[in-house]
Design a protein. Structure first.
Lengths: 220, 220
DNA sequence: GTCACTAAATGAACGTGGTCATGTTTGTAA
DNA sequence: TTACAAACATGACCACGTTCATTTAGTGAC
C-alpha cells in the first residue's frame, strides 16, 4: 500500500480552521494529479497516458482519481479554465485602448501567446472543450463565456461609433469567437503557414472591413 | 455460428465481371452495417450503441465490423461524405447565379437543409469530423475540401469585382468555412434561436459587409 | 482514550472498443 | 479435381476508462 502524506508547508493552518487538514489535502491532491497528468501528457501525449499511470505517479490508487476529476478529459477542461483566466486578465489590461479593433487584437494576442501548450495537447484540449460545449448540459461553458465577455465590448464600440449598429453586440461577439476558433484550427492544422496571432489578426481585419468590394478606393 | 449470405438481386452480374461477386458483397455489407448503425444511433444515441450490437443486428461477428470500418467513429465520418456530395451538387447547381453572395447563401442553404440529422447525431458527427481533421494525418479532409471547392468561387468573385482583392481567395474560403462551422455550432447549442440557414446567412452578411462603421450612410 | 460518524481511499470487477491468431470461403491456375 | 493464396469471418482476448462495495482514517463529542 502506498502511504503518501502531503503535509506540505501549511501544517500550521490545520490547527486553526476546522476541516482544513482534509480540505487543503484535497485541493493539493487535485493540483498534484493535474500537474502530474499534464506533465505526462506533454511528454507522451494524452492518449498514451493511462489513468492508472497518472495515479501511480501520484502514489494513489486508480479509483481515487475519480474523487477529483469525474472523467479523464476533465484534466483538459481544467486547462481550459486557465485560458479563461487569461481572457479576463487581457480584457481588463487593455480596457484603456480606445481603438476597439486594436483592443481585440491585443486581447486575443495575449490569450494566444500566453497559454502556449504543445500543438498536440492544444488540439485534444480544444476538442474536449468543444465536446463539452456541444454534448454536456452545464451552466457555464467556455465558449459561451467568451461571448459574454466580448458582448459589452461590442456594445461600447457601437456606442462610440466604431462598429456599424446594424448587428447586435451579442451576435458580433459570437461571430468573433467563431473567427478565433477557426484561426486556431487553421493554425493547428497548418502551423507552418505563419504565426497564429498574425493569422487571427488577418481574419479579424477581413471581418472588420468586410469582404465586399467597396465603391471606389477603399480606405485604410 | 451465423450464416448470412447476402446474395441480393445482383447475382447475375457476378458471372459478367470478375471479382464482382466479392466486391458487391463487400459494398453491400458495408452499406448494411452503415444503415443498421445509423438506425440504432438515431434510436438510442451514438454512445449507447455498442459495436457488438451493430454486428448482432447485421448477423455478423464483432470482428467483422473492423474489416469494413477501421473504428466505430468511421460510421460518422462516412456520414460526412454525404455532406461532401451535397456540397459538390450545390456548387454545380448554383454556378449560374451571378451574385456571389447570393450564390454562397444558396449553396450553404442547400447543404444545411438537405442533410437533416437529429441535432444530437449531428453534434457527434461534427465533433468526429473535427477530431479527424485535427488529429488524423490523412490525404483528404472534409474541411480542407470545402475550402478547396470554395476557393475558385472567390477567385471568380474577385475577378468580376464583387469581392475586394485585398485578400486572397484561399483565405476568404477558409474564413467562410469558419463562419459556416460556427453558425452550425451556435445553432446546435441554441436551436431555439431560429433557423440554422438564416443564422448562417446573417453571419455571411456580417462578414461580407464588414463590422466597421462605414463613412456616412452605408449602402445596400 | 474511545466511540460514532463520515469523507476519502482502495482495488477488484465491469463494459466496451479494438486486436489477433485461427479457421473458412472464394477465386485462380495447373 | 486438386492445390494454393488471398480475402474474409470469427470470437476469445486485451487494454483502459469507469464503477462500486468495502476499508481506512480524520473529526468532534464525551
Amino acid at each position: 500500500m502506498n502511504v503518501v502524506m502531503f503535509v506540505r508547508d501549511n501544517g500550521g493552518e490545520a490547527a486553526l480552521c476546522r476541516e482544513s487538514l482534509r480540505e487543503t489535502r484535497k485541493k493539493e491532491l487535485k493540483e498534484e494529479i493535474f500537474l502530474q497528468a499534464l506533465r505526462m501528457f506533454k511528454e507522451r501525449g494524452y492518449e498514451n497516458v493511462t489513468v492508472e499511470e497518472i495515479t501511480a505517479a501520484c502514489g494513489i490508487a486508480k479509483g481515487t482519481f475519480y474523487n477529483y476529476f469525474p472523467r479523464k478529459e476533465h484534466i483538459l477542461l481544467h486547462l481550459g479554465q486557465v485560458k479563461r483566466a487569461l481572457f479576463d486578465e487581457a480584457i481588463a489590461r487593455y480596457s484603456g485602448v480606445t481603438d476597439v479593433r486594436q483592443r481585440l487584437k491585443l486581447i486575443f494576442g495575449h490569450v494566444m501567446s500566453q497559454s502556449d501548450l504543445e500543438p498536440d495537447l492544444m488540439k485534444v484540449t480544444i476538442l474536449e472543450i468543444l465536446r463539452s460545449w456541444l454534448l454536456v448540459e452545464q451552466e457555464w461553458q467556455l465558449m459561451t463565456e467568451f461571448e459574454q465577455q466580448l458582448t459589452p465590448l461590442f456594445a461600447e464600440a457601437i456606442a462610440i461609433g466604431q462598429v456599424s449598429p446594424r448587428s447586435n453586440p451579442r451576435e458580433l461577439a459570437s461571430v468573433l469567437v467563431g473567427i478565433y476558433l477557426h484561426a486556431l484550427f487553421a493554425w493547428l492544422t497548418k502551423p507552418e503557414q505563419g504565426d497564429k496571432v498574425e493569422l487571427f489578426n488577418a481574419h479579424l481585419d477581413m471581418m472588420w472591413d468586410g469582404m465586399k468590394k467597396e465603391g471606389g478606393a477603399y480606405g485604410a
